[in-house]
Ligand binder design. Sequence first.
Ligand SMILES: O=C(O)CCC(=O)C(=O)O
Length: 190
Amino acid sequence: MHVPAWLPFPRQRELVDACREWGRGPFPYRRTVLPGGGVMSVRSLCLGRQWVPYRYLDAVGLALPEWLVSLGREAVAEAYGEHGGFTPDTALVNFYAPEARMGMHQDREERSGAPVVSLSLGDRCVFRFGNAEGRGGPTGTSSWPPGTCSSSAGPRGGRTTGAPGVPRDRRARPRVEGRLNITLRETGIP
Ligand SMILES: O=C(O)CCC(=O)C(=O)O
């Protein structure tokens, strides 16, 4: 489900302010080091349960605020007509500086079938998505303007392979630098 520009501009701005504030705390945005030694170009932080590749830790980090859980419920209700008790216990906040990219991947760490809610802020992104089977099947693209909410549901929360990218014409908007993405997830871990 894809709801372009779902968040009104003042709420987008509040979210951007919150993202900035979280980064000032004791757990700043970091480039994730992958087990093979590669370093992601995206800078990330976690609210609630902490993710490291490729598992969730019991470690305590920044709290996942109740208002963000409520926003996630609103997004699920917008997409599916009801929130279905959606109770995310983690949020991954990604900051894409102008040259940052994320490759095609599939999230496999959550044990829940609940939807994943994704909120996109800042630069418009072109999201390349695959299919539930893997890399061989059909792919498509969808354009996400700022404020877009996207939510997937289905077996394993509808987690298909996907990769966000930034279109080349982004330089036509010189005052905008980068993109933020917040994914709200139920890990299903007790
Ligand atoms: O930035 C996005 O839109 C998606 C981020 C993502 O795929 C992830 O955090 O696993």
